[in-house]
Design a protein around this ligand. Structure first.
Ligand SMILES: Nc1ncnc2c1ncn2[C@@H]1O[C@H](COP(=O)(O)OP(=O)(O)OP(=O)(O)O)[C@@H](O)[C@H]1O
Length: 381
């Protein structure tokens, strides 16, 4: 059922071009007034989802609803959706004012009303006073804002943004991230933003959909996805991660790198093979005596805020560590980590199964009657 928070709903949407399936049975809901990001590598289907929402293309199978009504064959110009394109698609022969006014003139709005709306849109994107400038006289960041003003002047219910920051240099891009986020809050309309930049997605979004090969791998808040990635693809794509093979001995006890560790995961079959993920910043450098794991340092890079240290454990797994402490290449160091830092990933788990497993953990602390090693401690047996 669609409740009144839901503005867009995809149900088993597939898009094929000839025999190529570019979206494969995708289902999701978009809630009103939030900032969503579609994140994934090139060719995974992000733009295809935007184009389906905008009405530029139709699904091959499945349904798309807008405010509870199926809109599969509603034409683009009848949808309350506007798009900001990667190249901004501004009209070079029109000045800033006329670029923004364009859609309103097509709607045959009166001049006075157009002027009022254009000026309001310019204020929203901090470009008041620029209305008579030519597009060629505007910088990249300013053109970007004109493109946004042109989209919001139509008062859409949803604004689609297809990699709108990719043409900007890093500093301007970071500034525009703040501006866009702030603009979305002030306008209160739904933004659906496409990017392949994970840091951008983490910084800006209320919700992220991580896509790969035409399927949604995982959806959730930035912290959910960063802290609890569902599989190797998501863990690797969002941030840096150490992923090593292991198995779940029993509830709250994982084995990897030849040792057993207390963890916070449960609901696996005894000895089930799994993948273990630990973030580089969750590994703490300590002495070889105190370490849960020993690694021989292979390389070290200074990254400004931290050192990036890599090395190999005795089982041959590579570990990446982010630490403010220095290490010495060629020497052994100990690594310490908490049970919560160990993320256990099940092979082939669907998002529903994954969510159910995680919900089952909530409020269930490891049972103290289960014989497990000390907190974060390793047991050699
Ligand atoms: N009109 C089309 N005809 C055939 N294949 C298409 C068409 N449009 C897109 N595709 C294919 O669909 C797949 C998904 O494309 P899409 O543009 O959605 O990817 P994307 O995730 O937005 O990628 P990028 O980040 O590179 O823009 C790609 O393999 C692409 O080649």
């Amino acid at each position: 059922m669609t409740d009144n928070k839901t503005i867009i709903r995809f149900e088993n949407v597939t898009k094929k071009y000839d025999n190529d399936t570019v979206l494969n049975g995708v289902s999701f809901e978009i809630e009103r007034g939030k900032f969503y990001t579609l994140l994934g590598p090139s060719g995974c289907g992000k733009t295809t989802i935007l184009r389906l929402i905008a009405g530029f293309i139709e699904p091959s199978e499945g349904t798309i609803s807008f405010n509870g009504k199926i809109i599969n064959d509603v034409p683009a110009d009848k949808r309350q959706v506007n798009t900001v394109f990667q190249d901004y698609a501004l009209f070079p022969h029109l000045n800033v004012f006329e670029n923004i006014a364009f859609g309103l003139r097509i709607k045959k709005m009166k001049n006075a009303a157009i002027a009022e709306k254009v000026m309001e849109a310019l204020r929203f994107v901090n470009l008041n006073g620029y209305e008579n400038r030519e597009i060629s006289e505007m910088s990249g960041g300013q053109r970007q804002r004109v493109a946004i003003a042109r989209a919001i002047v139509n008062e859409p219910e949803i604004l689609l943004l297809d990699e709108p920051l990719s043409a900007l240099d890093l500093k301007l891009r970071t500034e525009m991230q703040y501006e866009l986020r702030e603009l979305q809050r002030r306008l209160g309309i739904t933004f659906i933003f496409v990017t392949h930049d994970q840091e951008e997605a983490l910084a800006m979004s209320d919700e992220i959909f991580v896509l790969n090969q035409g399927e949604i791998q995982q959806s959730g808040t930035p912290t959910d996805i960063y802290d609890e990635p569902i599989n190797r693809f998501v863990a690797d794509f969002i941030g840096e991660s150490n992923i090593v093979p292991g198995r779940m001995i029993q509830d709250f006890q994982a084995e990897f790198a030849g040792k057993r560790f207390e963890c916070v995961d449960q609901g696996f079959s005894p000895n089930e093979p799994v993948e273990i993920m630990i973030r580089p910043e969750d590994l703490e450098i300590t002495s070889t005596e105190l370490g849960d794991l020993l690694i021989k340092v292979d390389s070290q890079l200074f990254r400004g805020v931290h050192y990036e240290i890599s090395g190999y454990d005795e089982a041959g797994n590579e570990w990446l560590v982010h630490s403010t402490k220095k290490a010495i290449v060629g020497e052994s160091i100990g690594l310490r980590f908490d049970p919560e830092a160990i993320h256990v990933m099940r092979f082939g788990e669907t998002e529903e199964e994954f969510d159910r497993r995680l919900e089952a953990y909530a409020g269930h602390e490891p049972d103290s009657s289960v014989p497990t090693p000390t907190v974060g401690g390793a047991r050699n047996d």
